[in-house]
Design a protein around this ligand. Structure first.
Ligand code: ADP
Ligand code: MG
Length: 572
């Protein structure tokens, strides 16, 4: 069977750990165990980790960084002459970690637990599992990073003598807030830690991290070069690559020092030239320059506490995760809110991988007692015809966000028309009532048996421990059923194939008796509305569509008349 390894597949850095005699142990890949999530092609072979990172500075165009930000998209990445999916690049990082771990530990790495930000969507989780598969690994579980961190901190506080506070001694549950600011993502979660670890709330920002802090500093250095050398390097890629390293180094130094000197020569400039820069930069200036970024994280902190329905005094521990939390202003601000005593000092870089290793131990039945409970990061809803004035279509939640997983929830919906031939089921992810503001992650058609209008359709969503979604829909009393596993990364493929089928049907079907065609009219009207500018004509179409929906629902004699009006409007 073999041990299950824990992998923190980070935007900037990755890390691999395994349990040894019940204790998590980080494998010192690349020396420190903190492995840059960078891939580079040197013309002959693909380099990963520290070597790739070293190369990336000089050859940014032959290197890939921060691929995690692209997970769940269909963007293609080029290395040498080959194109890759984000999953392929992540697979290279996973493969590298496992091969290096094998060489260092002398045992095969086959089964893994991989962590993702709590805020990762279904598509992003799915892509992460796919990356594991492409690396030839068995992904036993995807778990949320803050949950992994909490598992580790919990373990540390259980293991380290004296670290257990009175409440834990008394066997009471404690609440922890995990603040994770990494290279590319920010996550904040509120957990209840007791017999089991439960995520009460999690929120964050998948586009906020250390890279953004570096960029602020780069802009400042570019300005300095412009002032002193008269050179504008804003669009010069080699210069930007170099300066972002310089900026990151200065940022890290400012975590320990109040002042740094940025001194850099031979900065590449256009036409084979180079330039240099020398400037002093204080921690205070840096904090001012990035205050809005830090503020944004604290807006999320408040939101997470609100969702968990807790006030700061109810948070017993604040866990810092991610390299960026070494920036002093972050712990200072957390201390202001929660008090210094609630911030335990544990390495923010290794806790996620170590927690994943503990989870691996739990799965393989090693001597670990905690059980994980995770929650859904987004609301999953179904699109329906809206009954209110402001929207035509509306998302009705089936699984609200922050529901404990695994979960299966069902809800009954009604057909709109007599003899409706099919119902289109569109699964959305997101918090808005308006489908346009949410993400369509999948859809399917449920063929219907001939029935009265308002025939009940049971729609059931399941969300598994890896964050994957399954939909089952059934026309009650007619045993018509459909089931899909959603590939949220390719919704367009699904849509176009289906549209063709519908168009065929529309051509062949007769208006009036074929209500699928009728549905098609609504769909075309809706598409038109979306394209139209605000104005009288748009409002007129909207009103027509409303009365059409009403006529359908009430099965009034007006249906055909309104439908004709609608059709002639569309065809004008
Ligand atoms: P991720 O989880 O996104 O891979 P990490 O947790 O490894 O990211 O954090 C990486 C970020 O932390 C980078 O932006 C890096 O510059 C920053 N970082 C690392 N050490 C420090 C430090 N001492 N002070 C400030 N920032 C740091
Ligand atoms: Mg991280």
């Amino acid at each position: 069977m073999g041990e299950i390894y824990g992998i923190d597949l980070g935007t900037t850095n990755s890390c691999i750990s395994v349990l040894k005699e019940g204790k998590p142990h980080t494998i010192p890949v690349d020396g420190s165990g903190i492995v840059p999530s960078v891939v580079s092609f040197d013309g002959k072979e693909i380099l990963v980790g520290r070597k790739a990172w070293n190369r990336a500075a000089a050859f940014p165009e032959e290197s890939i960084r921060s691929v995690k930000r692209l997970m769940g998209t269909v963007e293609k990445l080029t290395l040498g002459k080959n194109n890759y999916d984000p999953e392929d690049i992540s697979a290279m990082i996973l493969r590298y970690l496992c091969d290096e771990a094998r060489d260092l530990e002398g045992c095969q790495v086959e089964r893994v637990v991989i962590t993702v930000p709590a805020y990762f969507s279904d598509a992003q989780r799915r892509a992460t599992v796919e990356a594991g598969k492409r690396a030839g690994l068995t992904v036993e579980r995807i778990i949320n990073e803050p949950t992994a961190a909490a598992l580790f901190y919990d373990h540390v506080s259980v293991v380290a003598e004296g670290a257990v506070d009175a409440k834990e001694n008394a066997g009471e549950d404690i609440h922890a807030l995990v603040y994770d600011l990494g290279g590319g993502t920010f996550d904040v979660s509120v957990l209840r830690i007791g017999e089991i670890i439960e995520v009460l709330a999690s929120t964050g920002d998948t586009y906020l991290g250390g890279d953004d802090f570096d960029k602020r500093l780069v802009v400042r250095v570019l300005q300095q070069i412009k002032d002193t050398e008269g050179l504008d390097l804003t669009d010069h890629v080699p210069a930007l690559a170099r300066l972002s390293l310089v900026a990151e180094r200065a940022k890290i130094a400012l975590s320990n020092k109040a002042l740094v000197r940025i001194q850099e020569a031979y900065i590449p400039a256009p036409k084979g030239k180079s330039c240099s820069v020398s400037m002093e930069f204080s921690r205070e200036e840096f904090e001012t320059l990035t205050k809005d970024l830090v503020d944004r994280t604290f807006v999320s902190v408040e939101k997470a506490m609100e969702e968990a329905n807790l006030t700061p005094d109810k948070i017993d521990k604040v866990l810092l995760v991610g390299g960026m939390t070494r920036m002093p202003v972050i712990s200072a601000r957390l201390e202001q809110i929660f008090g210094a005593a609630r911030l335990p000092a544990v390495d923010p870089d290794l806790s996620v991988a170590n927690g994943a290793a503990i989870q691996g131990g739990i799965i393989s039945g090693e001597n670990c007692e905690q059980i994980l409970v995770d929650v859904t990061p987004h609301t999953l809803s179904l699109e329906t015809l809206s009954h209110s004035d402001d929207l035509l279509y509306e998302c009705i939640p089936i699984i609200p966000r922050n529901t404990q997983i695994p979960v299966t929830r069902a809800r009954t919906f009604l057909t709109t028309a007599y003899h409706q031939k099919a119902a289109e089921l569109k699964v959305y992810q997101g918090e808005s009532r308006d489908p346009k503001e949410n993400t369509l992650i999948g859809k399917t058609m449920l063929e219907l048996a001939s029935a009265e209008a308002h025939c009940p359709i049971l729609v059931e969503y399941s969300y598994d421990l890896n964050g994957m979604v399954r939909l089952v829909a059934e026309q009650k009393g007619y045993s018509r059923k459909t089931e899909v596993r959603i590939d949220s990364r390719n919704p367009q493929l699904f849509a176009s194939q289906e549209l063709e089928e519908l168009e065929d049907e529309e051509e062949n079907g007769e208006k009036g008796e074929n209500r699928t065609a009728v549905n098609f009219v609504t769909r075309r009207a809706r598409a038109l509305i979306e394209k139209m500018e605000e104005g009288e004509r748009r409002q007129a179409l909207f009103n027509l569509l409303e009365s059409y929906g009403k006529a359908l629902r009430e099965e009034s004699d007006d249906v055909d008349r309104v439908e004709d009006q609608l059709l002639s409007f569309i065809e004008e």
